[in-house]
Write a protein that binds this ligand. Sequence first.
Ligand code: SF4
Length: 221
Amino acid sequence: MQKAVTSAEPFVPEARTLPVLRKAVQECRGCDLYRNATQAVFGEIEEKPKAGQHGVAVMMIGEQPGDKEDIEGRPFVGPAGKLLNQCLEEANIERSQVYVTNAVKHFKWEPRGKRRIHEKPTMREIKACRPWLDAEMETVTPKLIVCLGATAAQALLGSSFKVTKQRGTLQHVEGLAPIIATVHPSSILRAQTEADRQQEMASFVADLKRVSKYLKESVGS
Ligand code: SF4
């Protein structure tokens, strides 16, 4: 009997350029999530760097594509992405210096009526997809990594990492750029009251201001 594939490794090409990786990810069968998704959603830089800027300064990693991302084939184009852009602007981080991606490249969902509801990926699926994230980090070489939410944070910093306790602080993992973890913008959208939403957004912007400060002091971006 053929053994089930449990890693993206055999599907990741050796050539490390974003166009090659982005094309290859569509053929990935490293776990079962490709079966119910429209397409794989790879990372991207939304805008071209402006003159005088030296490429990607920050790689922001979310959990997985959402409903809109799955259909459009681009990360952070849904409501959470819009909120992220707004908060980046408030924190004075140039969107053109930010590469956005997800820990898992296919949308995991369950049906509820006509709607497709986000389902959290398992640790096994996150591990299976890690070779794509490693390939992106190797290719993009960001100066700083920002983990948006617990899934991305635990993928890079280990399962004992608690975003609620350690958010906004600089973390170090051998072989990777420095990491700052914060919440996922979708958690702000789920706030129960407007007052909670405002407070959570202010905390998120404060974390992004730490990112901005780090970039200015350490990288000169
Ligand atoms: S989620 Fe990741 S590992 Fe699983 S099939 Fe998609 S790209 Fe491959």
